[in-house]
Each structure stands twice: as C-alpha cells, then as structure tokens.
Write a protein that binds this ligand. Structure first.
Ligand SMILES: NC(=O)C1=CN([C@@H]2O[C@H](COP(=O)(O)OP(=O)(O)OC[C@H]3O[C@@H](n4cnc5c(N)ncnc54)[C@H](OP(=O)(O)O)[C@@H]3O)[C@@H](O)[C@H]2O)[C@@H](O)CC1
Ligand SMILES: Nc1ncnc2c1ncn2[C@@H]1O[C@H](COP(=O)(O)OP(=O)(O)O)[C@@H](O)[C@H]1O
Ligand SMILES: [K+]
Length: 489
C-alpha cells in the first residue's frame, strides 16, 4: 500500500519542507531531467512546456539541466510573472546554454519527447482558451509525454478533467501520490506512474488522506486453512435477491461466495416460480427468504442482487437490518434505502456490520444528488455516504473507494474488462465470503475489491478481456488469485 495525499495536505508538507531549507524545486527539476535523459538521445529535440506556477518552475529547472546534458531543447513558457528565484535562475541558464524559446507551437516539429510542466496541484479551475488549445494540440501530436507531478488539466484530488488534460505516457509525481492519478479519469491520463519523494522521509509524510491498495492485502494470511479444516469453519452465506426476470443475479453472487471460500451458501430468489436448483453449481442450496432471515443462521448475508422493490423486498430488508448478521447491501437494497427513510434510519442505528456497495448512480440516489456530483469528488462522496449511513462503503467504478470513516482505501486494481453485467453481484458475493471467513467489514471490502479488480486485470492480460469478459469468469479468476496468494505465504 502507498499513502495518498490531498492537495491541502501536500501544501502543508511542502511548507514544512521548504521552511527546513529543502531545495524541492531543484530536486524535482533534476529528477525530471534525469528521467528524460535516460529515455532520449542527443540527436532529436525535446519539447518542454512550462506553466505559470511551480509546476512550470520544475519544468524550467529540468529544461536547464537537459541543456547542461547537451540536449537540444525547445521551451514554451507562458505566464512567467510569478516565477520563484530558482525558476528564474534556471531560465537564464537555459538561454545561456543555447536553449530555444518558442512563443507558440510550430505547426510541424520533430520532437522525440515532451515534458508537461503546465499545471500541477495548483490547477484550481477549468482550463480555457490558449491553455485548452495547447493541451489539445499536444494530445494530437503523437508525442511521448512525461507529466510533471500529474498530467496538466487533471484535478489532483478527484481525477476529474478540468477542460482538457494531457495524455501522458509517464507521470513523475513528487513528494506523495495523489488520489486523482488513480480514480475516475486519472488512470487513463497518467500513463506509468513514478514517485520521487524529493528526499522527504516517512516522518515528513505523515497525515495521508487515504491508502492506495496496489498489492495483495496482508489480511489474506487469515484465510490460510489448517489441515483439519471442515466446512463449518468458513461460515454460511445467504443471498437474497432475484425478483422477476433477475434470478441470475443472486446466483452470480452465491456462486462467487462459494468460489471465494464460504463454508456453505444458500440462495433465496423472490420471483414466483424461480428455480430452486443451480445446474451449473449444484453445490448451492436454496431456501425460502424467511429461513435466511432467521436470527443467527448465517455468518454473512448479501441482500440486493436483482431484488426488485416490491413490498416483499422492503420487508426482507427491514428484517435483515433488524437482525445481527453482517450485511452486504447492493443494487436494489441500496435503492430501497434511498427511497425509504425508516430503513435508512434502521441502518444508522444498527450495531452489526453493514457494507454498502453502490455504483455511482446508486450512490447518487443514496445522497439525493446526481451522478456527476458523485463523480466530481469520489472520495468526498464516499465520506458523505459513510457519515450519513454509518456503514462501510464501497463506491464502485474505476478506482473504487472503500471506507469506514476510520480507514479509506483507493483500489488500484481493475480494468474495463469489469464493465460487464453482473460484476457487482459477483463482488457482493465475494465480499460476503470474506466476511464469513472472519474478516471485518473494512478488511473484507478492501480485499474483495482488490481481488475483483485483479481478476479483471488478469482477464485483460490473458485475453478474455477487456472485451466480452463475463462476471462468472471474474469469480473464477479471483479464486485462482486468492489461492495462489495464500499458498505462497
Ligand atoms: N511548492 C514547492 O516548492 C514545490 C512545488 N512543486 C511543484 O509545484 C506544483 C505546484 O505549484 P503551484 O502551487 O505553483 O501550482 P501549479 O500547479 O504550478 O499552478 C498554479 C498556477 O496556475 C494558475 N492556474 C491554476 N488554474 C488555472 C487555470 N485553469 N487556467 C490558468 N491558470 C491557472 C495559477 O494562477 P491563479 O490561480 O493565481 O490565477 C498559478 O499561477 C506541484 O504540482 C509540483 O509540480 C514540487 O516541485 C515540489 C516543490
Ligand atoms: N473500467 C473499470 N475499471 C475498474 N473497475 C471497473 C470498471 N468497470 C467496472 N468495474 C467494476 O465492476 C463492478 C461493476 O459493478 P456494477 O456496476 O454494480 O455492475 P452490475 O450492476 O452489472 O452488477 C464494480 O466493482 C466496478 O468497480
Ligand atoms: K503537469
């Protein structure tokens, strides 16, 4: 895991480091120059774009250093009024070394690489006019681009594109990683991400706002099985859902729960005449909804996949909330919570764990806003959901966020292979299986989301994705990944 920092936290860290006399801009510029030098030759020119703030200052130091290393460099440098001393000195040195100053991008050019130092964490409004055109031009030039700190135009905290954003091949980020690099549009713009802390130690970097989950969580150690194992040790999972026309949804969740190691799994589909047998996974058991809602019968209960919003669904949710079984609430269970205040109140008063797994539209319903507002600040929206519903929350989508208010994780695994129907049902079943095997709500949500995402990554690497990968396959891939990781401990 790696710490993630919001802009305000980074500013505070920077201020302390500068007060202690650390030459941050020099170090950043030299790191950029070194990174570029290792990937270029001296034959062809390099383009450096420097914006009005310190991000531009880093770019100027890099430009000067590249000329020191005998590179031929073109510099486009707009809005230099607010330059620091370090940046001014670098600029003079750049010109003295024979660097070429551009006032606009020439129509034809033959650069081997561009360095994007237009805007970093100081971007504070949507880009317009010449800035917008410049970024759009760069993105159509088919040039390898290195972004300084983050791709210009990307919001550091949220991953939103403010007007337009540089499409980078690499991002060399400084001091700490930013959430915006990993959620929403961040992954599509940042390319390969590198971090240089500029010499700051972990003591200087206290106060992270979230943790990036980019490797298998250590909690898998708790899933190791003793030789004397029997199925009664791994918890019973129930799945309630499957209204008319949606009977497949709880089957997907139930199968995923079995594949992820739940001791036994019962499914209850509400639709009249729903089959009470799964020919593809006969290990699943079926029971009437009342039986699954009896107190203390289960170690975890998934409620929601294909549930519908009929009275019988409302009653099932009411009873589940009244009980003490750890819950995973997905899909229509979330829509019901949004629509029925008494159910939401019941959830906030509940003492046993509950995990809500909304996608952005469900999250919008839960918060009474629109999807764009959720996506505009996914970390903030998750925090609001946790506060309002007093539950552990997984806000799904590229860069899923998992939080219980005390700990907040941003998941780095995942791929467009997962943009296919039923993936949410599978995720809910996986999380329930992990709950049933003894992980806490936040642990089960964090590990389930990571494994689900990794399964999508593997699908992409092995050719069942990104196109046409199915949710059933995701559960199979996740099982393999979990076993490989547990056996390698
Ligand atoms: N502090 C340090 O020593 C270190 C900082 N470091 C580096 O500095 C970066 C942060 O620097 P920064 O704070 O100067 O912000 P930056 O991203 O350059 O942009 C601010 C400028 O952009 C302008 N502006 C904003 N939005 C705009 C828009 N839409 N359209 C047009 N203009 C807009 C804004 O103008 P204003 O809002 O005042 O009008 C201001 O002039 C950081 O990402 C890292 O690379 C590291 O090297 C470590 C050491
Ligand atoms: N592009 C993507 N990158 C990463 N994860 C994704 C992507 N698209 C979908 N997912 C994941 O797939 C799952 C989709 O869930 P959901 O939208 O509830 O699907 P469904 O309603 O079809 O079951 C979520 O866990 C989500 O985070
Ligand atoms: K940048």
């Amino acid at each position: 895991m790696q710490p993630l920092f919001l802009r305000t936290t980074l500013r505070a860290i920077e201020t302390r480091a500068l007060a202690a006399g650390l030459p941050l801009m020099e170090r950043a510029g030299l790191a950029i120059a070194q990174f570029t030098h290792e990937r270029t030759d001296l034959e062809r020119r390099i383009l450096v774009l420097a914006g009005p703030g310190h991000n531009g200052g880093d770019a100027l130091v890099a430009a000067a250093e590249l000329t020191e290393l005998n590179h031929a460099v073109d510099l486009l440098c707009w809005g230099a009024e607010t330059r620091s001393d370090t940046a001014r000195v670098a600029y003079e040195q750049f010109l003295a070394n024979g660097g070429r100053l551009l006032t606009a991008l020439p129509r034809y050019a033959n650069w081997q690489m561009a360095i994007d130092g237009l805007f970093g964490i100081g971007l504070n409004r949507p880009l317009q006019g010449d800035w917008l055109s410049l970024i759009e031009r760069i993105n159509t030039c088919d040039l390898p681009v290195l972004a300084i700190d983050l791709p210009s135009g990307l919001c550091s905290d949220t991953g939103q594109i403010l007007g337009a954003a540089i499409q980078a091949n690499w991002t060399l980020s400084f001091i700490g990683l930013k959430p915006g690099l990993f959620t929403l549009q961040g992954r599509d713009h940042a390319g390969e991400i590198y971090l240089d802390t500029l010499g700051l130690t972990s003591e200087n970097l206290a106060g992270a706002n979230a943790q990036l989950v980019n490797q298998m969580p250590a909690t898998i150690a708790r899933l190791r099985r003793p030789r004397h194992a029997h199925k009664g040790m791994f918890g019973d999972v129930g799945v309630i859902g499957g209204g008319l026309g949606m009977v497949g949804a709880p089957l997907l969740a139930g199968r995923a729960a079995l594949l992820l190691g739940a001791g036994r799994v019962w499914v209850s589909a509400l639709a009249a005449g729903a089959p009470a047998y799964d020919p593809l996974m006969p290990e699943l058991m079926f029971a009437p909804v009342d039986q699954l809602l009896e107190p203390d019968n289960l170690a975890a209960l998934v409620l929601g996949p294909g549930l519908g919003t009929e009275d019988v669904a409302v009653e099932a949710l009411r009873q589940a909330l009244a009980g003490a079984v750890p819950l995973v609430l997905d899909a229509d269970a979330l829509n019901l919570l949004a629509a029925h205040k008494p159910l939401a109140r019941q959830l906030t008063k509940r003492r046993a764990p509950a995990i809500l797994t909304p996608h952005p539209l469900e999250a919008a319903r839960l918060l009474g806003c629109d999807t764009a507002t959720i996506q505009a600040d996914r970390l903030q929206a998750t925090a609001e959901l946790v506060k309002r519903y007093k539950a552990c929350v997984v806000l799904k989508g590229a860069g899923s966020i998992v939080s219980d208010g005390k700990q907040t994780y941003l998941n780095a695994s995942g791929s467009p292979a997962l943009s296919s129907p039923g993936q949410g049902d599978v995720l809910a079943g996986m999380i329930a299986a992990l709950l049933a095997q003894g992980l806490s709500a936040i642990e089960a949500a964090q590990l389930g989301v990571y494994l689900h995402g990794r399964a999508g990554d593997v699908a992409e690497q092995t050719g069942t994705g990104p196109i046409g990968h199915t949710a059933s396959e995701t559960a199979q891939f996740a099982r393999r990944l979990l076993n490989q990781a547990v056996l390698a401990l």
